[in-house]
Design a protein. Structure first.
Length: 254
């Protein structure tokens, strides 16, 4: 991999797809401790303007959390790994499974996790996550809890492993599928996709972008199918700022 990914050059137009945790902001010990500073919000607003609106956030977070994080900015966003998605026109698309079954699963995971200090249950509404970031030694225990509850849920749900987390979610949805849906709609349709992410859950997006001849960018260490790499969230922001500059320069040159 090259030390730095390329930046958009005229006359090519790019569509930007961006993970949040570990990509635009550093991971926090608790999911609710993540913070987006005003400079990041301004950067994303500038990128949206420079890219003709072709910027979407692709996250494991609920859409409502993403909106609150980047307030007052409201971008197209795929939340919960694509279980819910707001398109560029503001329409919300949702792909839930049985809410009754998931409510029982949240209660069961919470009860089991309560016996292990350091495990944290995050109820996302349409999915749930069991975090072990505060107790890395409990990875095997967290997996056992998630797998046991998943067995009780049946075939409509699946377990997805992420960065220090196991997530139980409706099956058949992932970040790659969400990117495919965006690329079939304006203003993303026909553009070169670029996706930046840090987690194993982002590999689905990298695969889609690679198939479409786009730019897949992994943040941090670890095996990946991505074609490029950036070291951390600060480097991602610097790269995006350079993209904004290049896009404005290309527009001014026309």
């Amino acid at each position: 991999m090259s030390a730095l990914p390329p930046r958009p050059q005229a006359p090519c137009r790019w569509a930007f797809f961006l993970d949040i945790d570990g990509t635009l902001v550093e991971h926090a010990e608790r999911p609710d401790a993540v913070h987006a500073d005003p400079a990041l919000v301004q950067l994303l607003a500038g990128l949206r303007a420079a890219a003709g609106g072709a910027v979407a956030l692709i996250s494991g977070r609920p859409v409502s959390f993403v909106d609150a994080l980047f307030e007052p900015l409201r971008l197209p966003v795929a939340g919960l790994h694509g279980i819910e998605r707001r398109d560029a026109l503001g329409r919300l698309h949702s792909h839930p499974a049985s809410g009754k079954s998931l409510r029982h699963a949240v209660d069961e995971v919470t009860a089991r996790a309560a016996h292990h200090a350091g495990l944290l249950v995050e109820d996302k509404g349409l999915s749930l996550a069991l975090h072990y970031r505060q107790a890395p030694q409990l990875e095997a225990t967290a997996r056992e809890i998630a797998e046991a509850v998943l067995d009780d849920l049946g075939g409509d749900f699946e377990m997805m492993r992420g960065n220090m987390v196991f997530e139980i979610k409706p099956g058949g949805r992932d970040k790659g599928a969400a990117i495919e849906e965006f690329l079939a709609e304006a203003p993303f349709e026909g553009l070169i996709p670029a996706f930046v992410g840090d987690d194993v859950t982002d590999e689905f997006g990298f695969a889609v972008v690679n198939r479409r001849g786009g730019h897949s960018i992994k943040v941090g260490a670890g095996d990946t199918a991505a074609r490029w790499r950036l070291p951390d969230a600060a480097a991602v922001r610097a790269w995006l700022a350079g993209c904004v500059q290049d896009l404005h320069a290309a527009r001014d040159a026309v």
